[in-house]
Design a protein around this ligand. Structure first.
Ligand code: PGA
Length: 249
């Protein structure tokens, strides 16, 4: 089993100077945490500067998106190799905001995950249902489809290096966290889905993160669930004090 993984997703926040100041403060306060993995996902523009600040610390870098091609005429896009070169270890793929505002499909997610794995990045593949889907009793079918298509044809060895993040869309940025048992039910479902394709040993190895209004008060309850292997934190990761508390849940 992996160590618990906590990723702070800054979304479209912080210019370079703000990011560097934050990283210095956080690095100073979490250095002794050897029993968990920590990463921050700043905007692309801050990656390079942060890789210098975070070098020799326990905090890794995560990008918020990646393109599936290695290079070429794709204005505005960034490749997996570029992200590695900028110091990233992880990359978020298929965040619900990408799906909603930029029309990302499960097929895009699949191509991006494969490109990330090929380049040596660890993909964090995000899945989750909207409120309408939950109310229409479609939660399991939506997640099953996101997993089936998003992880399609990824070999067992690569699945081992893949992280899944369950983020119910209705819980993102709303202050409405899934109750831990509700999250656990979906985490267990995700693990069983992977077990059916790749076997229970590989499924047991996968880190499955929870995301959606995680804060210093609910982090420990969520992490107490059997299948929750880490947290993807949005709003509460923008302040070093609150992210530090979540890391030390
Ligand atoms: P939130 O965002 O913690 O602000 O709800 C989580 C995410 O979108 O990754």
């Amino acid at each position: 089993m992996h160590k618990p993984l906590i990723i702070g997703n800054w979304k479209m926040h912080k210019v370079v100077a703000e990011a560097v100041e934050f990283a210095r403060q956080l690095a100073a306060s979490v250095t002794p945490v050897a029993d968990r993995d920590v990463a921050i996902a700043p905007p692309f523009t801050a990656l390079h500067a942060l890789s210098a600040v975070l070098k020799d610390t326990v905090i890794a870098l995560c990008a918020q998106d990646v393109h599936w091609e290695e290079e070429g005429a794709f204005t505005g896009e960034v490749s997996a190799r570029m992200l590695l070169d900028a110091g990233c270890r992880y990359v978020l793929i298929g965040h619900s905001e990408r799906r909603r505002w930029f029309s990302e499909s499960n097929e895009d997610v699949n191509r991006k995950a494969k490109a990330a794995l090929k380049a040596g990045l660890l993909p964090v593949v995000c899945v989750g249902e909207t409120l309408d889907e939950r109310e229409a009793d479609q939660t399991f079918s939506v997640i099953r489809r996101q997993l089936k298509e998003g992880l399609n044809n990824i070999a067992a060895n690569d699945i081992r290096r893949t992280i899944v993040a369950y983020e119910p869309v209705w819980a993102i940025g709303t202050g409405k966290t899934a109750i831990p048992e509700q999250a656990e039910e979906i985490h267990d479902f995700i693990r069983q889905f992977i077990a059916r394709i790749h076997g229970t040993d590989i499924a047991a190895e996968i880190s499955i993160l929870y995301g959606g209004s995680v804060n210093p008060d609910n982090a420990a309850y969520l992490m107490a669930q059997k299948d929750i292997g880490g947290l993807l934190v949005g709003g509460a990761s923008l302040d070093p004090g609150s992210l530090r508390k979540i890391i030390h849940y």
